[in-house]
Structure formats: C-alpha cells, structure tokens
Design a protein around this ligand. Structure first.
Ligand SMILES: [Zn+2]
Ligand SMILES: [Zn+2]
Length: 262
C-alpha cells in the first residue's frame, strides 16, 4: 500500500466508525436535516480537496522534503533521534494551529471566513471538514510556512495530517462517550464534548476550547471551559447570525465572508 492509500483507508475507517457511533449513541438532538447537512459539508470537503490538490498538490509534504534537502528549519538543524523529532514536530504543529485558531476568532477579517465553520446548526463527523475554500487555502499557506521554519521530516508531516483529520472527525462527532472516559481523555486530548462548547452560540463559549488535538494549550493559556452554561444535550449550536437552515445553504455559505456585517 502507498502512503496515500493508507491515509485514505484511515480516513474512511474513522468516518464510517463515527457515522455508526452517531446513529447508536448520539449526544445531542439535531435541529437541521442530517442528509442535507452531510450533502453540504461533503460537497465543501470534495471541492476543498480538489482545490488544494489542484493548486498546492502535496505541498506540505513537498515542502518538508525540500526543507530537508536544503537543511532548512529548526529540526533539520538540531538532528534529533527520529522518534523524538516526530513527537516534538507533531506537538509543535498542534500548538501553532491552536494559535492560528485563536487568531481566526480574534481578527474580524479572518472571522468572516471561519464563521462558515461555526454556521453549522448541528455538529457531526461532517462538520470537521466544513470550511470556506479560502480559509482552507490560507491554512495551507500558513502550514507551508510552519513546515519551512520547523523542518520536520516528511513522515512527521504525514503523521500530523493523518492525526489532524482523524481527530477533526472525532471531536466534531455527535457521540456520547461515557463521562468518565471523556474526563480522562480530556486531560490530554480534545473530546467531542469539549469541542461542542466551542460551537455553542454563547459568545464566551465560542471563544474558548480552541484546541484541535491536544487539550493542554487551552488549559495552559486560559481558554479552557470544562462545562458550558447549559448541559451538553441542551447546548445551542451555531452563531447568533444564522439560526435557520435557509440561511446556511451551500451557495450562501460561499458568500458569507463577503457579506456586510452590522
Ligand atoms: Zn472556531
Ligand atoms: Zn469545530
């Protein structure tokens, strides 16, 4: 199997597992039609994959390869043992995308694009890939800069990308984990309950729990909320601006960043 086939198998495996778990042990009642949302979110996913492949095909991995050849980046300079380098690379990249996420919320220009992710009226495995194409492109360019500066190995970048997409499906999924398991996992990792608070319509809750994979950045930097104002099944998901399915059709999602905000 090639690396691409392994990535695709892990992606499909996690996707199917989450869809099955969501149907058996849902955590949160839904307000919008699931088939309709899946169609919108996966159309966006498909478009974004084609866009990134078309414009920057394999760019992060290519950049890691190039930086390695050129001896660019901190990790190429330090020459650490491979397992240590991979672990440090993954943790550092995770911190940097946590910081990127804070910036997406704090700077109004970036929030215009990130709002599309938060406009989902329900959360499930498909929400993990609901991003405006221009946010995806911006994130790719940011990631290329990070890889050039850090100089992780090609394998580190691949492992990070696989973890990130697998965790995006898990943390957005509408599954009810046993409370004890949620609590234990949360010491180190982001769980669906933790990320659902980030998607709450309450502004102070939207501006919390920014982590993607590791939960410690939120704890260390004071952006962690353990419990929202409402119990998990009653959390109102979304943002105040968009409260009906009609406001968040696929076409309208594409236009959200360009609307005037009053
Ligand atoms: Zn966010
Ligand atoms: Zn999210």
């Amino acid at each position: 199997m090639t690396v691409d086939q392994i990535r695709l198998s892990i992606f499909l495996g996690v996707l199917v597992l989450m869809l099955v778990l969501e149907s058996f042990i849902p955590r949160h009642p839904t307000v919008d039609s699931k088939p309709r949302r899946l169609a919108i979110n996966f159309s966006l996913t498909g478009f974004n994959v084609l866009l990134v492949r078309g414009l920057l095909g394999g760019a992060a991995v290519g950049m890691a390869h190039f930086a390695g050849q050129q001896g660019w980046g901190l990790l190429n300079y330090l020459d650490w043992p491979v397992p240590l380098e991979m672990a440090m690379g993954v943790v550092f990249l995770d911190l940097m995308i946590y910081l990127q996420h804070v910036v997406l919320h704090m700077i109004p220009f970036f929030w215009r694009f990130h709002k599309v992710h938060h406009s989902d009226l329900d959360l499930d495995v498909s929400s993990g890939f609901r991003f405006h194409p221009l946010e995806i492109l911006g994130s790719m360019i940011y990631k290329l800069g990070l890889v050039a500066a850090l100089g992780p190995s090609v394998m580190t970048v691949v492992v990070f990308e696989v973890i990130l997409s697998g965790m995006a499906m898990f943390t957005h999924s509408n599954i009810k984990l046993p409370l004890g398991l949620d609590r234990t996992l949360r010491w180190l990792f982001v769980t669906p309950d933790m990320h659902r608070i980030h998607h709450s319509v309450e502004v102070d809750e939207t501006n919390s729990n920014y982590g993607f994979n590791i939960s410690i950045w939120d704890r260390l930097l004071g952006t962690y909320i353990h419990d929202g104002k409402k119990p998990q099944p009653e959390i109102v998901i979304g943002i105040p601006e968009f409260r009906t399915p009609q406001q968040v059709s696929l076409l309208k999602l594409m236009l959200i960043p360009f609307q005037s905000t009053r």
